[in-house]
Design a protein around this ligand. Sequence first.
Ligand code: GDP
Length: 190
Amino acid sequence: MEESLPRASGEARRRPDRTLRVKMVLLGSSGVGKSSLALRFSKDRFQNPSPTVGCAYLTRVMHLGGATLRLEIWDTAGQEKYHSVTPLYYRGAHAALVVYDICKKETFVRAQLWIRELQRQYVPGSTVLFLVGNKGDLDQDRQVSAQEGQNLAEDKGVSFTETSALSGHQVNELLGAVGRSETNKQTNKQ
Ligand code: GDP
């Protein structure tokens, strides 16, 4: 799927034919909606995902300002159930999304551990981390407030958003932020 996203203010001008590869990995407890988000990012639709084993990989091409980005969206696809997400999964990632379910406090607690683990071990300095509270459409069952999410993100120095893979809420905004984090990095290198 191709989509034009709004140009960020102050974004550098670049050649229109330039394609940037962006590796984005999804992490978080089982059942928080990683596969659903990956599908929403790639195909802009929601469906009950079938159980997957190993590692799923989806793509999306988007245009951001003058740049073309090829997003490679990696989903653990169940590896986390066995506490064995291999470092190979993170290697070369430009962005890592640590996802929790706003209706399950324990997934939020686990998200803190994922962030700590990523910051300590796996993520090279150039990987941008995003904390993502998913299932925002289930506000009535919420166990984690948006403020708690925001506080954790500020404490860890990462970006924060709440999404709904079901409704698509904040999904394009999140993709835009991932894309901009990469185009800005490239601009700063020049
Ligand atoms: P994963 O194990 O983290 O990959 O989670 P899945 O993508 O398999 O989703 C687990 C369950 O949560 C499935 O039944 C999904 O349909 C459901 N789900 C995922 N995202 C959302 C969402 O944004 N809202 C709601 N209401 N359900 C969701």
